[in-house]
Design a protein around this ligand. Structure first.
Ligand SMILES: C[S@@+](CC[C@H](N)C(=O)[O-])C[C@H]1O[C@@H](n2cnc3c(N)ncnc32)[C@H](O)[C@@H]1O
Length: 299
């Protein structure tokens, strides 16, 4: 499939990447099968011996590294168990930036173990410094009922950046699956919010984004709707082709995501605060230009 900005190969990811020229990709993101014995439409073997799985991962990771431009960014989404050895492998050719913890519960509690509650998102770059880095800022986390801040910002409230709070390496606001309205695509799909954040951070409109494991095409949708060029592959592309036939829901969802980032309070929290009589500082920027901030500082 081709789109105005992208190209999808129904093929093995290693074959696809070997057809690409070296150092041409600005951002590479991968969300491979986790070797948990899941059933995929492509009927791949998702239950290999550990060494075999890791060898396979190293082979496609090496291809991702080869096609990455100097200064380009590579993100690897996986369970901590796999990202530990795979991160060590990537560290031989790339520069480590972050182990981003994405707080999502993904299994039932396991007897005699801690409850697994985060995915690992590894972030590496080729060379010493990233060519592109502009992380989103996030709104203050507020009570869903009264709109009050859940964290005490003490006397620093009026010193806070009106564009929101700095992004940390622990992400607690990523939903486990897409918004229920957009859940019709096959399971294993990541949230559009996650891919929007990654693409915003490490690519610009016009950049080239690579994702070797298409799944339901979330990376490609995020790229297409934000003006990035993209290349992808999957052994079974039906879900992606179907999704791209009508991107209206994704477009609406992305607009919602964009309206609620790089602001200190979301529109919904501004409304909640107004209703419960919580003052908005004159320093707070609120999402809607025509809504006036209260004159009184929030002391
Ligand atoms: C976890 S899913 C990716 C989900 C995707 N990130 C999304 O948000 O929709 C992994 C995908 O990798 C595909 N896959 C597995 N082995 C592959 C291979 N050798 N080449 C290309 N795709 C492969 C599977 O068919 C599956 O769709």
């Amino acid at each position: 499939m081709t789109t105005p900005l992208g190209r999808l190969h129904q093929d093995d990811c290693i074959t696809t990447m070997r057809s690409l020229d070296a150092e041409t990709v600005d951002l590479a993101f991968a969300d491979p099968p986790f070797n948990l014995g899941k059933q995929y439409n492509s009927r791949i073997n998702d239950q290999r011996a550990e060494d075999e799985y890791l060898d396979w991962c190293r082979t496609w990771l090496d291809e991702m590294v080869r096609v990455l431009k100097p200064g380009g960014s590579l993100f690897l989404w996986n369970l901590p168990k796999w990202n530990l050895p795979l991160g060590a492998h990537l560290g031989r050719s790339l520069t480590f930036r972050h182990w981003i913890t994405v707080d999502i519960k993904y299994s039932l509690p396991i007897p005699k173990r801690l409850y697994p509650s985060h995915y690992s998102l590894l972030y590496f770059i080729k060379g010493d410094r990233p060519a592109i880095f502009h992380p989103d800022r996030l709104p203050v986390t507020c009570c869903r009922h009264c709109g009050g801040e859940l964290r005490d910002y003490g006397g620093y409230k009026d010193k806070m950046n009106p564009a929101g709070v700095s992004l940390t390496d622990v992400w607690t606001d990523i939903p486990p699956v897409r918004h229920s309205k957009y859940k019709k695509w096959e399971a294993n799909g990541l949230a559009l919010k996650l891919l929007d954040r990654v693409l915003t951070m490490a690519s610009d409109p016009g950049s080239l984004v690579l994702d070797p494991f298409g799944g339901s095409g979330t990376t490609y949708v995020a790229a297409e709707l934000t003006g990035r060029r993209w290349i992808g592959s999957d052994l079974h592309c039906g879900a992606i082709v179907e999704r791209f036939a009508n991107l209206d829901d994704d477009r609406r969802h992305l607009a919602e995501i964009h309206a609620n980032k790089n602001v200190l309070f979301t529109r919904a929290d501004v409304d909640r605060r107004r209703k419960s009589g919580k003052p908005l500082s004159k320093y707070y920027r609120i999402p809607d230009d025509d809504a006036e901030p209260d004159a009184a500082p929030a002391e």
